[in-house]
Each structure stands twice: as structure tokens, then as C-alpha cells.
Write a protein that binds this ligand. Structure first.
Ligand SMILES: *Cc1c(COP(=O)(O)O)cnc(C)c1O
Length: 405
């Protein structure tokens, strides 16, 4: 489609972040609509049979089928790529579809993957249960220990996968140092940047090769739609591996969801600032309460990797985890007493949401596997929303009062 920016000639690459979020990637139709158009169409018509032939040969660059590309989806991808500073973006139906496509598109039997062990439950499943079925060796390390990375990456490896901050233990990985080790071992580095969001951390600038998101979380930001994205500037990976895998296996984002996401990006920086401000205030508040063994928040000096977090992230983020004294029973009492904050395993929503990882998102893991990544029976994960922080503090306070009851 011809680019129609309503007669304006400004170059998007020179825009500052706030402008890219509002205007990046927009293509207007001949109707000159203000807001991004929603193209609910599966297919596209060709003027002639010859045109279809040329498109299928790759001699003509045009929309062919919405499993491959769609104008609304393309606006979302271009906007997110500008924000990330990546050459290319492919969006997917969910964050997990992005994780699986990023790995499966480039791996084959005999390959080796090294990953940090503090992973989201479904990422753990793909790396530990799925990839080995295809003859891929997977090695898990303590992501916070550079010596373990060094040892695991002392032999040839194809992919390194990590989550920083991790879900839900909020461990921080030195992305720059691990990327250097990975590149020496011949590996591409994939960073699951969901917790940091594209606002707070830029893994490609720190040396990573591929960044992925669950757009379901902060990018939608209001808990409506599922989506994901893979971003990279590695054109060999993008053209030869990811694009054909994506086109023929079909983890495509729906145009409607892309439209919600592209509107979500417009307010992402404003929302993240408020989420982070609330999260820091909640973390500081929780640190002073009785009945809590520890509070994990990368923006608190008490976090074991506070300094590293502050060098690679511009803020402590939107998530706070804490351990209620008294194990599962106390944690459940606390959750069940909340009057405002909802119990939900989703995160990155305008509404504050809390979950008990040991019995939900990480239930599939063995107790030993949970123990080594710091998921105790008293651990509670809180996605801090956009409400008035005083209402959140009051609710947490009264909930903690019931924890030991
Ligand atoms: C939610 C989440 C995912 C998966 O995203 P979906 O959109 O739910 O498929 C992957 N990684 C992390 C860190 C997440 O929090």
C-alpha cells in the first residue's frame, strides 16, 4: 500500500520516543482517517492473474493473505520496531507463540540451547519438554551467576534464552555480559523482555539479537487482547528462518487484536511511568510491613542486583513480588482478604492483579525446581496497576492483617 501520511513529510526515524509511540508506522487510506484503520480482511484481490503470479514469485511486494501480512498488523509491527530500534518485527497471536517461533524457526536436531532457569512456566515447558523431543539439547543455568553461563557456553551453542527481570522472582541477568559469552559460543541471544517492557530496557542495545514480547501484558495494558512480537535486526535470521516459519505455521496476530495493540502503544510510556511510580511506592510500603519475609523489586536498594538493574533498566518496573510469612496458608488468607486488588494470573493491566505463582503459573514445576528459582509457598506476585496508590496500600495493609488469622 502506498504510504499516505496525510501530506506530512516528517521522517519517523528522527522522532523521539513519545512521537514514535503515537504516530509510528501509521499508513492512511485514501479516506485520510485520523485513527489507524482496522482491516478485517483475510485476503486481497489481484487485478490480473499475472499480478497474482508475480506476487507469489516474490517479484511484487504486496498484501497477499493475512496469515502473511495485514495492513493493521503491519502498523503495529512498524510502530513497535521503531520503539525497539529493530529493523524488523513479526507479531504473533500470543507471547508464547512468539517464544516458540523464535526458537523453533532456527533450531534443528543436534543443536544446543542454554537458558536461564528462572523462566515463566510456559517458557520452561517449551525449553525443557518440547525442544528435547526434537533432539535439541537444553541446559539451564542460574542466570545471575556469570560463571555458570561461562561454563555452559564453553562449547558451541545455537541459542541463548533469558528472561530479565524474571517472572516471578525478578532476577536480573547481565544481558551485555551474557551476550558477549553467547556470541563467542556462536549463539544468538533471545531476551524475553515482557517484565521490562520496551520502555524500560532495550536488549538489542545491550547486545541481544532477538527480543520478544507478550503484547498481552503492558502493550495492550488494559487486559483485553492476546498478542506477541519478535523483534530483530539480524536479517539472516529474519529472512531465512523466521519469515518462512511464520508464514507456513501460522501463529498470526488477528487484525482486531493488532488494532487494540497499536492504540495501546500510543499511551504506553505514560502508563508505564505511572505503573512504575506506583510499584516503587508499593514496594517501599511493603518493606516496612510486619508479616513479610522479603520484598523483591529491582528498584529497591535491598534487591540483590539493584545496581545491575539500574544500569540496564531505566526504572524498577511494574511488578513486585513478596513472601508472606506463614507459607501457603498465610498467602491464601492474604489473597482471599483483598477487597480491591484482584486475584488473576495476568499482569501489566491497568487494574492491580495478584497471583500465587507456586499454585498457578509455576504449578507444573516440581517443588525442587520451584525452590531453586525462589518460588516459595509464601511468595505472592503483584502486578501494580494504575489505581490511586493510597487505595492499593490500604488494601494491602488490611490483607496482610488477615494473613495470619
Ligand atoms: C505472559 C508471559 C509470556 C507469555 O505471553 P502470552 O501472551 O500469555 O502467551 C511469556 N513470558 C513472560 C515473561 C510472560 O510474563
Amino acid at each position: 500500500m502506498a504510504e499516505n501520511s496525510g501530506g506530512k513529510k516528517s521522517n519517523p526515524a528522527t522522532w523521539r520516543q513519545g512521537t514514535q509511540l503515537v504516530r509510528g508506522g501509521q499508513e492512511r487510506t485514501a479516506f485520510n482517517e485520523t485513527s489507524e484503520g482496522l482491516f478485517l480482511t483475510s485476503g486481497y484481490v489481484y487485478e490480473t492473474a499475472d499480478e497474482a503470479e508475480r506476487a507469489f514469485k516474490g517479484d511484487l511486494d504486496r498484501y497477499m493473505y493475512s496469515r502473511y501480512a495485514n495492513p493493521t498488523v503491519a502498523m503495529f509491527e512498524k510502530r513497535l520496531a521503531l520503539l525497539e530500534g529493530a529493523k524488523k518485527c513479526i507479531s504473533t497471536a500470543s507471547g508464547m507463540a512468539a517464544v516458540f517461533a523464535a526458537l523453533a524457526s532456527q533450531l534443528q536436531a543436534g543443536d544446543r540451547v542454554v537458558a536461564s532457569r528462572a523462566l515463566f512456566g510456559s517458557c520452561h515447558y517449551i525449553i525443557n519438554d518440547q525442544l528435547p523431543k526434537f533432539g535439541i539439547e537444553t541446559v539451564l543455568v542460574d542466570g545471575t551467576d556469570l560463571d555458570q553461563w561461562k561454563q555452559a557456553l564453553s562449547q558451541k551453542t545455537q541459542c541463548v534464552f533469558m528472561e530479565s527481570p524474571s517472572n516471578p522472582s525478578l532476577e536480573i541477568i547481565d544481558i551485555r555480559a551474557v551476550s558477549e559469552l553467547a556470541h563467542e559460543a556462536g549463539a544468538r541471544v533471545i531476551v524475553d523482555n515482557v517484565f521490562a517492557t520496551p520502555i524500560l530496557q532495550h536488549p538489542l542495545e545491550l547486545g541481544a539479537d532477538i527480543v520478544m514480547y507478550s503484547a498481552t501484558k503492558h502493550i495492550d495494558g488494559q487486559g483485553r487482547t492476546m498478542g506477541g512480537a519478535i523483534l530483530t535486526s539480524d536479517m539472516d535470521f529474519f529472512d531465512d528462518q523466521l519469515t518462512p516459519f511464520f508464514r507456513h505455521t501460522g501463529p498470526t496476530l488477528s487484525p482486531f487484536n493488532a488494532w487494540v495493540m497499536v492504540k495501546g502503544l500510543e499511551t504506553l510510556d505514560v502508563r508505564i511511568a505511572r505503573h512504575c511510580e506506583n510499584a516503587l511506592a508499593v514496594a517501599e510500603f511493603l518493606s516496612k510491613q510486619k508479616g513479610i519475609n522479603k520484598v523483591l523489586y529491582p528498584g529497591l536498594e535491598s534487591h540483590p542486583q539493584f545496581e545491575l538493574a539500574m544500569t540496564q533498566m531505566s526504572s524498577g518496573g511494574t511488578m513486585v513480588s513478596f513472601e508472606v510469612d506463614g507459607g501457603k496458608e498465610a498467602a491464601f488468607n492474604f489473597l482471599n482478604s483483598l477487597r480491591l486488588i484482584d486475584i488473576s494470573n495476568n499482569l501489566g493491566d491497568a487494574k492491580s492483579l495478584t497471583t500465587h505463582p507456586a499454585t498457578t503459573t509455576h504449578q507444573r514445576l516440581t517443588p525442587e525446581e520451584r525452590h531453586v528459582i525462589g518460588i516459595s509457598d509464601g511468595l505472592v506476585r503483584l502486578s501494580v496497576g494504575l489505581e490511586d496508590v493510597d487505595d492499593l496500600k490500604e488494601d494491602l495493609d488490611q490483607g496482610l492483617g488477615q494473613a495470619k488469622a
